[in-house]
Write a protein that binds this ligand. Sequence first.
Ligand code: ADP
Ligand code: MG
Length: 609
Amino acid sequence: MPDTVNNIRPVIRHLDANAINRIAAGEVVERPASAVKELVENAIDAGARRIDIAIAQGGKSLIRVTDDGCGIAPDDLALALSRHATSKIDGTDLLNIHTFGFRGEALPSLGAVGRLTITSRAEGFDAAEIKVSGGEMGSVKPAALTRGTIVTLQDLFYATPARLKFMRSDRAEVQAISDVVKRLAMAEPFVSFTLRDVSGGEGRVTFRADAQTGDMFDALRGRLANVLGREFADNAVPIDAERDGFHLTGYAALPTYSRGAAVAQFLFVNGRPVRDKVLVGALRGAYMDFLSRDRHPAACLFLDCDPTMVDVNVHPAKSEVRFREAGVARGLIVSAVRHALANAGHRASTTIAGETLGAMRAEQVEPRIYQMDRPSQGGLSASYAAQAPMFEDGQTPFDAPSARIEANAPTDTSLPDHPLGAARAHLHENYIVAQTRDGIVLVDAHAAHERLVYERLKKQMAENGVARQALLIPDIVELSDGDAALIIGQTDTLARFGVVVEPFGAGAIAVRETPALLGQCDVSGLIRDVLDELHDLGSSDLVQAKIEAILSRVACHGSVRTGRRLNGDEMNALLREMETTPHSGQCNHGRPTYVELKMTDIERLFGRT
Ligand code: ADP
Ligand code: MG
């Protein structure tokens, strides 16, 4: 080593602008979708009302973004293409940022790794054009354009072939671009967007979202219906809550409209799409009580705050943020979403009825054979069972004891006005059939009752606190100094859920009491799990989750066992309690507790419409 130092002395030199831009591009422009993101954000920052995006070969050969925004004056074109040149901040306050862009890096980076053409016209100026290719800038030339800006990026990464090798298939890139455009479209419902794939010449529109009108909530609902589908919009509840300088708005889907993966979670901080562990964790926390581990909530949430409360300058692509008070942001999400879901009461997802109908109609794919034609043994009993409620109890001429009309069914005609209607029958010792004004409701009484008991237990716990048991000998848990401090910092929260801790010298804590419900539990395991969550998310719901899991199990044992026959009053009491109990539309595992079929659905089933 020493002799090489003597031979070759490393030379320190300044890199040229081209190399600097290419290095910056490595961070800003990871793939075609990141270029699309930068260009569309620029168009939004320019106040565009209409943004059209065209791509070819997954954005590798062409990305063109056309907007009707404020445009760039001819004299500013070269400036826009130079590094660290921006019209959006003056550099005095990096914490007070109201635009998507502020780093002044996107255009020079794109110009360093592809062939970039900007044609633009600002009000009061003639249209002009500038080209930059692999970092070589041309001169400003007159051009023809009535308003706004067209940015064309061809042959992305031709100047950095190594990066080109890392590109995925066109299809994967198209998908990523589509995701980027949809996220930005959600953030800007009043702007219209089109995405066109022009790979095959003419091109076809792959995504289109017209500008929405009305107030923010209507506009957002309309836009979400467009981007995520009408079903999401029909099954989502509005969120609007404020706390300590944070404002949360948006829509969160009912638990019964959950997904198998976290693919429908969209979070925005001050209008900027972000992927943030703390916020995603908070969303999961809000639904923890209604969804099993393998189901994921669907939501589109906007968190707004004074820009000084959040640092957006922590990631070159600005997809991550850092909060000054992450705990407040997180707490607001959990409480606002829980509250909104609670207000949704017994509502279950409308897709359930659709799925039910789908399942029923599926059989019709085969040629219909009416049971009258030639009843098989199974067909016979099935058809009797189906007709059973038409016989008075005791008169059933066959063996189907649990299907009967309620002899003492209430005749109160006002009952169908209740959302869940009037109970008419109890079938198979579990299912309640109720009649509503314009349809029927089928209730899984066992699942519904389980949920009602669980909600009652939780309410009791909230009112009376969590019962604690003192440990005979305090459990000493050895941790690192930092971890011990982290747990001690949560002393009050933990105590609320029945875990009493105190410092125990350097790097250790003493656990004095645990929740009575947990019985004999693995204290140090529990503390370590809580720590993992604290590290991961900045706060921990683990103890609460464990207690709620146990309440849920208790509820399961304490609820109506399938097999007991309910009378009319009992059934109606259950329906009325469901109507007034939060979250009763789904059982403790996120399955629906009832399905509703409207008369029109039923008529469709029989081909009457
Ligand atoms: P930043 O967005 O961080 O300012 P960019 O390199 O993306 O940096 O853009 C540089 C400047 O070019 C912007 O500050 C803006 O003034 C101008 N600009 C870029 N795109 C547009 C556009 N579509 N319409 C109007 N001006 C634009
Ligand atoms: Mg920009």
